[in-house]
Write a protein that binds this ligand. Structure first.
Ligand SMILES: [Zn+2]
Length: 132
């Protein structure tokens, strides 16, 4: 018996397909996960799981720079990605490399982010973000 609404990827999508060898594929994310899906009924599962092919750290840092540049502006991961949980994980890695920083706010549960000056070189990167 299956409850199609019950199991979700970390982004909250329910269009997941179990893989025979463990883990699952989310058709909405278009990504595979090695973890257990989140069970909406019991609360079990890995809600912090990253896709098997995670968002590259530099891609996250570059998108963040495009969005905030060298300004006090901050954004949520969802502002720069349709898969905000995966993006937040990538932004955390960018922060460990000094390219991004998490901004504490008391009003919002979701983390806000901005690029650091160290990420400025990403803006000069062959017009990245100019067309987007
Ligand atoms: Zn998904």
């Amino acid at each position: 018996m299956s409850d199609p609404w019950r199991y979700r990827c970390p982004e909250g999508h329910t269009s997941i397909v179990r893989r025979a060898h463990g883990g699952y594929r989310c058709q909405s994310c278009d990504a595979e996960y090695d973890a257990d899906p989140v069970d909406a009924k019991s609360g079990r599962g890995d809600s912090d799981a990253e896709p098997v092919t995670p968002i590259p750290t530099m891609t996250a840092a570059s998108r963040l720079w495009d969005a905030t540049g060298d300004t006090p502006k901050t954004i949520h991961a969802r502002d720069i990605s349709p898969v905000p949980v995966a993006m937040a994980a990538a932004l955390k890695r960018a922060a460990e490399r000094g390219l991004a920083e998490r901004v504490e706010t008391s009003t919002s549960r979701a983390d806000r982010w901005r690029a650091t000056e160290k990420a400025a070189f990403l803006g000069a990167d062959a017009g990245s973000g100019v067309e987007a």
